[in-house]
Design a protein around this ligand. Structure first.
Ligand code: FDA
Length: 491
């Protein structure tokens, strides 16, 4: 329309007056830049609404200026850090709407202070860069966040952030001590100037809703010089159904420096683990608590914590330097995917596990995968209202369902249907009223009605998120399909 034409001309003029570089759809690098951080290739198809512009700030004032121009000229913003959003909301809009992508990938500095065991990390850094820089500064410090090294700090921290250290040290957001945020007026705020409700909200209340977090100050955590990694695979013939059933009781009650997750796929359960100590210490713990796994010394791989990060996620041929590689792993590169999440508060009976394995064996399951991440320890000890992330005490484990497909050979209809059917099947065995879901495994199947997805992602914390939204962005400038609504809409 002519009014949207006028606002986009005005927006470009405003950026140019503020000397902020911008890529338009005609720029030759527009497509490359847009696609560089699309981590779910199903959203590369041109049926999805694309941004009109991409701004790639190289300093704070570019971010502030883009927000001011956007506000003035009625151009909305999608902020993107690492681009891993499961529904692509950092670079696409489901409903036709003019918008600019503010791509933070060039703001990726990490400054570590090993004396105080703290670091400032910019949102455009990847988790791999954060881990690597921390290790360069001190080989006995680490940080508890996600497994995939290309995940962006900005989105990941906004929604919680969990990984192999969460039983010992909690989520990424449990270890954030300060931030710098650009609000909808273009102001630069920190923990004190934004006020305690907003500082609470941005640590787990989800990206996009409250403003643009430029950087985060985090408390680093001690890691020992030697950790032990193992991956023990049990097939259904070898008794996977029984071992997984037992795992549900064992894994959440083990000492908190031992994390054993399960990948259930095909007719196998892979028990993938990180222990913050040596094999000698681990062996008796395993035989006392989990003899069913038949764990022995040859399963142990001792290494440093930083080596364990690429080893676990990228495989045994990877190196520590691979953590700096920003191009995505093969998985996200060629495969479109659909994911969903659940939280389990009561162990699932053995016969149900038998049915789950049967469902995973059906041809229409394709690459259907379930990842079980155990709770207990620190993640469960933090009170539900301490951060917006409410899935705490009482949870035994998280389930992530994933199905994926090669983009060259299909559009994922069958795989997406399979995962939705599986989710329906699982309803009686997982949390209910609300059926909880992890914000960082964003799922638009939960709908765009806040009354529905709000309690699922945030349980009883969602009214306080609305209040915080009203304090920092009453006009609802920062908005997407699942952003926290402003009280101005009557919430
Ligand atoms: P992206 O840039 O797409 O942002 C996600 C959302 O946050 C968007 O709404 C965006 O607008 C907003 N946002 C981004 N930067 C912001 C900023 N600076 N300020 C405000 N809002 C901002 N999770 C987990 O907990 N543990 C794990 O191990 C993994 N592993 C994993 C592997 C793979 C392959 C994928 C694709 C995803 C994961 N995740 C995960 C999920 C991941 O935590 C989640 O997708 C994060 O939101 C990704 O953050 P990015 O910055 O990469 O995404």
């Amino acid at each position: 329309s002519s009014s949207s034409q006028a606002s986009s001309n005005g927006f470009l003029q405003c950026l140019s007056d503020s000397r902020i570089p911008v890529l338009t759809q005609n720029s030759c690098s527009f497509k490359r830049q847009l696609e560089a951080y699309i981590r779910n290739p199903k959203f590369m198809a041109n049926t999805n609404v694309k941004p009109l512009y991409i701004v790639m700030p190289t300093n704070t004032s570019h971010v502030q200026g883009t927000v001011r121009c956007g506000r003035q000229c009625n151009m909305s913003i999608r902020v993107r850090s690492g681009g891993h959003d499961y529904e692509g909301l950092s670079y696409r809009s489901v409903h036709a709407k003019d918008f600019v992508v503010l791509d933070l990938s060039q703001l990726h500095k990490v400054s570590v202070d090993s004396h105080t065991s703290t670091a400032w990390v910019e949102s455009g850094a990847t988790l791999g860069e954060l881990y690597y820089k921390v290790w360069k500064a001190s080989d006995v410090l680490g940080f508890p966040a996600g497994l995939c090294p290309t995940v962006g700090v900005g989105g990941h921290f906004s929604g919680g952030g969990f990984g192999m250290l969460m039983r010992k040290y909690g989520l990424a957001i449990d270890n954030v001590i300060d931030v710098e945020l650009v609000d909808a007026k273009g102001r630069l705020l920190n923990k004190t100037s934004m006020g305690s409700d907003v500082f609470w909200a941005i640590r787990g209340g989800g990206g996009e809703s409250f403003g643009i977090v430029l950087k985060w100050q985090v408390k680093l955590v001690p890691v020992p010089r030697t950790v032990t990694v193992f991956n023990v695979s049990v097939s259904t013939r070898q008794g996977a159904v029984d071992v997984v059933t037992k795992w549900q009781q064992v894994a959440p009650t083990l000492r908190d420096d031992l994390f054993i997750r399960v990948l259930v796929q095909n007719q196998r359960a892979d028990f993938q683990s990180l222990f913050l100590g040596t094999c000698d210490v681990l062996l008796p713990v395993m035989s006392d608590h989990f003899p069913e796994l038949k764990f022995n010394r040859s399963d142990c791989k001792e290494m440093t914590w930083i080596q364990s990060v690429p080893y676990i996620y990228l495989g045994n041929n990877s190196t520590v330097e691979d953590l700096l590689n920003r191009t995505s792993s093969a998985f996200a590169h060629n495969n479109g995917f659909k994911a969903k999440s659940d939280f389990v508060r009561q162990a699932i009976p053995r016969d149900v596990w038998a049915s789950i394995f049967t469902k995973l064996a059906q041809p229409e399951a394709h690459y259907g995968l379930m990842i079980l991440d155990p709770y207990g320890g620190k993640i469960s000890a933090v009170p539900e209202s301490a951060t917006p992330f409410p899935h705490r005490a009482g949870v035994l484990y998280n389930i992530q369902y994933i199905n994926y497909w090669n983009m060259a050979s299909g559009n994922g209809t069958v795989q997406t249907k399979w995962i939705r059917d599986m989710y329906t099947f699982m309803a009686p065995y997982v949390s209910s009223n609300p059926r909880e879901a992890y914000f960082n495994y964003r799922d638009l199947d939960l709908g765009d009605s806040f009354e529905v997805w709000g309690p699922k992602y945030f349980k009883r914390n969602y009214p306080r998120l609305v209040m915080a939204k009203g304090m920092i962005d009453y006009d609802d400038y920062f908005h997407n399909e699942q952003s926290i609504p402003s009280p101005k809409h009557g919430y």
